[in-house]
Design a binder for this molecule. Structure first.
Ligand code: NG1
Ligand code: ZN
Length: 528
């Protein structure tokens, strides 16, 4: 493509006076700051695809659980995973190039650095969530893709995990590890076929799903006709027309952070409720007990549920020497870690951000990873899948368990955490166990905890070690935190800079709610 064409196209998207950084969730900020960033991410996606010999790269425009005025953009690698970390820096550098000429120059430098062949046709697919700002940003992306001759396809409003699924399907088509049909219909068929088989002759009442007025609402409605009648799903907070309602007083982040029902939900005792986030890659469950007390069933509870269910199926199938591990972050409730270890399963703690968890989960035959906020999935290694699908059962009971296990591997979106897939997974497990939400909840009791955020002058001054559980900088601060923690029972607290917002987060847990709240406040006060 000609130098003039790229420079001219870039000229339509001037860079604001702002420094950008490709963080945990790509670029994310006020939407009006993003057009130049999205344009340049389009160039990066083209390079990435060329570097990967023309494999399809995905670009998702979303700001997940952030408020309506925000937006964001992130890249999806060929197997449906997050962009390889080493490339984040190239995205950052492109986004910060001060002129259109500098954009072009850096683009050609990267072409040379990676020895990119001129004759490879890059392929990129893209989608967005339901924000008002999304169509204009999609246009910026398209302009970049056109300027560098990318073969591209838009999927309109989709959930983040749907786009990850389609990327993987496109890149595995026609191989012996084909992931599925690269369409939304293919996605619904894959999930529903596995779900319907797992729910044959089973039923499990109803679940009410709060969709945060985001893209998960319409997509859950699209999925519903494919599902058999084994559960009744009531879809709420699915108004995507009123842009200001997105993630407002609803959604997984609201429920998890406030530890309470969305105001729009009047809960019946012991009925099941779930909330998705704005791009439907997170889900949390909750219920109220007979005394109308709210109980949260978060990502940790989903991880323990999935790990124990899969462990039982593996065992009952007669498959031996099969490793299952649970990957968490520092935000995992201390009780969940203790519970998993008591079950004899290994746990690993990684820094926040799904890419870290995903990577650690690859070490097991089956790696279950969830952030406490409900973002996570289950990975089966290629050799584990091969063993599962070639295993010869020796009894009818083994045969049944094995069939369930095979369907579980199909039901789970193994590319990335997926609220719709996780919803069906939880429903299947509860139906198989005949568990009401209180029985699920009774596996262990969460330690009371508190998450706070603090505005600080420079969050980059906060540096962590030990999977973000300890601060190395500012010097001396960790000692002060440790001294406070020592004053409370079963207490734990840590401070880390957010990767998605310009804040520092404070987490505290302790034996009682009063203690957890007080500890969080006192640690927060240290940051002033
Ligand atoms: P930051 O802003 O780095 O804390 C938040 C979530 C992460 C992850 C990312 C990406 C918490 C405490 N942090 O990261 O778990 O989901 O957003 O969306 O929930
Ligand atoms: Zn999300």
């Amino acid at each position: 493509m000609s130098q003039e064409a790229i420079i001219a196209a870039s000229g339509a998207y001037p860079k604001p006076a702002q420094t950008f950084q490709y963080g945990t969730a790509g670029f994310r900020m006020k939407a009006e700051l993003l057009p130049s960033v999205v344009f340049r991410v389009g160039l990066l996606a083209a390079l990435r695809s060329k570097f990967k010999n023309g494999q399809v790269i995905g670009v998702m425009i979303t700001a997940s659980h952030n408020p309506p005025p925000d937006n964001g953009v992130k890249l999806i690698d060929p197997m449906g995973e997050m962009l390889e970390s080493s490339w984040e820096a190239y995205g950052t550098a492109l986004a910060n190039a001060e002129s259109d000429e500098a954009v072009y120059e850096y683009y050609t430098q990267l072409e040379q650095k990676f020895n990119i062949k001129k004759d490879v046709v890059p392929q990129v697919i893209y989608g967005s969530d339901t924000r008002e700002s999304s169509p204009a940003l999609v246009q910026a992306l398209k302009d970049a893709l056109d300027a560098v001759g990318v073969k591209s396809q838009g999927f309109g409003a989709v959930t983040t995990p749907q786009l990850h699924y389609i990327v993987r399907c496109l890149n595995t088509q026609g191989t012996d590890h084909a992931y599925g049909e690269p369409t939304l219909e293919g996605y619904y068929k894959k999930l529903s076929t596995a779900f319907n088989q797992l729910m044959t002759n089973r039923s499990n009442g109803s679940v009410t799903v709060d969709c945060a007025n985001g893209v998960g609402g319409p997509k859950l409605r699209e999925l519903q006709p494919y599902l058999n009648n084994s559960i009744e799903i009531t879809v709420t907070n699915d108004d995507t027309e009123t842009f200001s309602k997105l993630n407002s007083q609803s959604g997984a982040d609201y429920v998890k952070t406030n530890q309470r029902l969305p105001p729009s939900v009047s809960a019946q005792p012991l009925a099941r409720y779930a909330s998705l986030d704005g791009d439907a890659d997170r889900i949390v469950y909750y219920y109220v007990d007979k005394n109308s007390i709210f109980h949260l069933l978060d990502g940790d509870k989903i991880a323990t549920l999935a790990a124990s269910f899969i462990g039982d199926l593996v065992h009952s199938s007669g498959i031996t020497d099969f490793s299952i591990g649970v990957v968490q972050t520092a935000y995992a409730n201390g009780s969940s870690t203790a519970y998993i270890e008591k079950q004899g399963l290994p746990t690993v703690c990684t820094p926040t951000g799904v890419k870290h968890l995903h990577h650690a989960a690859l070490a097991y035959d089956c790696g279950v990873y969830f952030e406490a906020n409900g973002h996570g999935t289950v990975l089966f290694s290629p050799s584990a899948l091969q063993r599962i699908f070639s295993h010869a059962p020796e009894s009818p009971a083994q045969d049944t368990a094995l069939t369930h296990l095979k369907n579980i591997t199909e039901l789970i979106n193994q590319t990335v955490g997926d609220a719709l897939s996780d919803l069906l997974l939880v429903e299947v497990i509860l139906a198989h166990k005949r568990w009401t939400p209180d029985l699920w909840d009774a596996c262990y009791t969460d330690l009371p905890n508190r998450l706070e955020k603090a505005e600080v002058e420079d969050r980059n001054a906060y540096k962590t070690t030990d999977a973000e559980r300890k601060l190395t900088h500012p010097a001396g601060l960790q000692d002060k935190i440790d001294a406070l923690v020592g004053k409370y029972d079963q207490a734990r607290s840590f401070v880390r800079p957010s990767g998605t917002e310009n804040v520092v987060r404070v987490y505290a847990e302790a034996a009682t709610k009063v203690q957890a709240d007080e500890l969080a406040q006192k640690v927060k006060a240290l940051l002033k």
